[in-house]
Ligand binder design. Sequence first.
Ligand code: GRG
Length: 286
Amino acid sequence: MTKTFELNAYLGERRKLVDEAIVRALPDGGAGDPGRLKEGMRYAVLQGGKRMRPLVIIAACEAVGGAAEAALPACCALEMVHAYSLVHDDLPAMDNDLERRGQPTVHVAFGHAGGILVGDALLSQAFMALMRGADRVPAANLVAAARVLAHHSGVDGMVGGQALDLALGQDAHDLAALEQVHALKTGALYAAAGALGALYAGADADTVQSMETWGLKFGIAFQHADDILDDDQKALRAQALARVDQLVGECDALAAPLGDKAEPLRAISKWVRDRAHAAAAGVKAD
Ligand code: GRG
């Protein structure tokens, strides 16, 4: 399988499933929509994006013996949390960004209050989407999935990472401090992705833990690669690149016992390593 595995084809097929499921999981913009809230939610989620977190969910699910379709409720939920975080991050009180994915940001298109409410509504809708798996997932795994999503999204995860980032400002002068932010702000949602993929495959607690750790390491590597691509944290670039190699090696070790089923996971972590190295060599990747 290793020689013939085509990551782009794999991601393209799964991405189609994810995109179709997300459209179904969002409120229908055609029904009553006071304040254009539903329209704003759809705008925030359906304007593109790589869908990397849902694709990691599916790869983790398949790596432990599940089917992609079983994981779609978790894919929709996590992408909604990701979208809400971007909407709030773009607000004037945060980064005050006017464009995202080549379009006006949500607060530009729907007003500042609209941006706040769209983000809030997406977070709640995420837990509605997660529960769509209720009939296909063991009840204990569904409860664990709600806990995992809340934990990694909240104060001990992404929101805590954003707060830490704001508190540190430009003070992240060493790799350890930088990685603490990366682990919470970006790594947490990827840790959730690994765990959710395993939970929606019906996996046991040890397997879920292993995939959660895979996701955390991958997420930190993903953020280092993103920093290199964006020319951020230049003083730490060489150390960050070395860490990407180390983290991807640790991901591979976690995936090794899963055999061929984990080929997509291996290809995804290799993609992030190649992306980081290409960016460091001055080649712009997608
Ligand atoms: C405001 C609650 C709150 C959280 C904000 C996600 C975040 C925390 C801030 C956005 C800025 C940033 C650099 C976050 C790191 C995570 C990251 C790389 C986000 C972009 O993810 P991609 O590249 O985006 O997956 P697409 O557009 O492909 O979905």
